[in-house]
Design a protein around this ligand. Structure first.
Ligand code: SF4
Length: 190
């Protein structure tokens, strides 16, 4: 995604996608049931795709200067696809310990690779709203990583057009996702 497309998407979709998600909220009883349901981790949909793509590329985890928890969450997620994940449109378990996480749960970081640099909070919310829509999954759903990745696999190729980050190579993203899904046994060898 180039900078212009990203900014158009951000300005045009921030409101409508987040608003659309809020309109789609489940009835109260379903919501209460979701909140009570056990889960092992809560994660943003795109953070899982980042982990799968990195896994496909063979990226090794190490502590990040931001202090966030990707190096803890990534290996845990990959070690057991039957863990239950709450898919959230908010700060998640990766954000724990991050120096950019504000007390109210908002992210104060920016996308430094773009000039001017947009808010990462807004960028993440638009990106994850698009993923929830594309995958027909409701925010706050609790499903296993395996089920989530099976849904993702149905959208590969194609989903890389949504989840490739600015200045990231879209073909590399697609190949990372494919290789990651194959390594995890979710996708057959080509
Ligand atoms: S989304 Fe923001 S708060 Fe969360 S890990 Fe990334 S930079 Fe930190």
């Amino acid at each position: 995604m180039n900078r212009r497309d990203f900014l158009i998407g951000l300005s045009g979709l921030t409101f409508c996608n987040v608003f659309a998600c809020s309109l789609r909220k489940s009835p109260d009883d379903t919501k209460q049931q979701q909140e009570m349901e056990h889960y092992d981790m809560q994660l943003r949909p795109h953070h899982i795709l980042d982990i799968i793509s990195d896994h496909g590329k063979g990226t090794e985890y190490q502590a990040h200067p931001y202090g966030h928890s990707l190096h803890i969450v990534g290996p845990k997620l990959l070690s057991d696809l039957d863990l239950k994940i709450k898919l959230v449109l908010a700060a998640d378990d990766i954000c724990k310990g991050c120096e950019h996480l504000l007390p109210d749960g908002q992210c104060k970081d920016v996308l430094a690779q773009l000039t001017p640099s947009p808010s990462k909070q807004a960028y993440n919310d638009v990106l994850d709203s698009r993923l929830f829509d594309d995958l027909s999954i409701e925010p706050n759903s609790v499903i296993t990583t395996r089920k989530y990745l099976e849904a993702v696999n149905e959208k590969v190729p194609g989903i890389e057009q949504i989840c490739t980050h600015p200045k990231e190579n879209q073909e590399e993203r697609l190949n990372g996702l494919i290789d990651g899904l194959i390594k995890l046994g979710v996708r057959d060898q080509i």
